[in-house]
Design a protein around this ligand. Structure first.
Ligand code: HPA
Length: 270
């Protein structure tokens, strides 16, 4: 793994001279954030050695390099999901690469189903914790101490400082944000009524199929993380039963300007 990561990093650095401080991973229907980046380079995943290739509809599959304000940024347009059949090592490989390109802060966005009855479709949720219910752990196996520790402290996976900053921005810009706990399941099915109820009983506010592996691996390498989720459907007795991928994309697209603005200001104003 170490050699593969360094090989990919070297390939990128030989091709383009970049040192991004910020990494951004864009979720379903949230990909137009790339328009906020002054793009200097875009490399399709297919060109990158050791990179998996993205397959999901709504994910373009390239690594974008550029600036937001005076900050250097690398953004993944299209991410890898466990349900696509990738191993957890493949899902999180790009985060490892980001670290050795220079990334110190990672911003991850996603679409999720809400189970908190104070939420509604279109809400923007700042993730302050997660519950990992995915069946495979990205850090399972021999630990390479060059990346990080064997037993990782997960008491603050999402940076309190970045959440506080995002809340200030939200107030200043008049954007309504909630905060909440994200529970990660493998998918690819949406949840049954009973599973949504389980998610709620387990103490989460929303549920999705991504983010958790990337954040674990980022924290393994001591990258500060910020997670933002758009509630695209409600897994409660009112909303459940109607969710489809198209609805998820439509709701994420509708909320996207708010997410874009928050992320942009979070980076530019740092
Ligand atoms: N469940 C799981 N993943 C999701 C959902 C959901 O309801 N909505 C968007 N991603």
């Amino acid at each position: 793994m170490w050699e593969k990561v360094q090989q990919t990093v070297k390939y990128i650095q030989d091709k383009i001279n970049v040192a991004p401080q910020y990494g951004v991973i864009l979720g379903s229907g949230l990909g137009s954030f790339a328009d906020d980046i002054t793009i200097e380079h875009a490399i399709p995943y297919s060109e990158l050695p050791n990179f998996p290739v993205s397959t999901v509809e709504g994910h373009a599959g390239k690594l974008i390099f550029g600036t937001i304000g005076d900050k250097n940024v690398v953004a993944m347009q299209g991410r890898f999901h466990y349900y696509e059949g990738y191993s957890m090592q493949q899902v999180t490989f790009p985060v490892r690469v980001m670290k050795y390109l220079g990334v110190e802060k990672l911003i991850v966005s996603n679409a999720s189903g809400g189970v908190n009855s104070f939420y509604k479709v279109g809400d923007v949720v700042l993730i302050y914790d997660h519950i990992n219910m995915m069946p495979e752990h990205p850090l399972r196996g021999t630990n390479d101490g060059r990346f990080g520790p064997r037993f990782l402290n997960m008491s603050e996976p999402y940076s309190r400082a970045m959440i506080a900053k995002a809340k200030e921005i939200a107030v200043a810009k008049g954007i309504d944000v909630k905060d909440g706990i994200y529970l990660g399941l493998q998918g690819p099915t949406f949840e049954t009524l009973s599973e949504y109820r389980m998610v709620k009983i387990l103490g989460a506010d929303c549920v999705g199929m991504s983010t958790v592996p990337e954040v674990i691996v980022a924290r393994h390498m001591d990258i500060e993380c910020f997670g933002i989720s758009v509630i695209t459907d409600m897994g409660d007795s009112d909303g459940v039963g109607s969710v489809s991928h198209d609805e998820v994309l439509a709701a994420a697209n509708a909320a996207e300007p708010k997410v874009r603005l928050l992320i942009k200001e979070l980076i530019a104003g740092d």
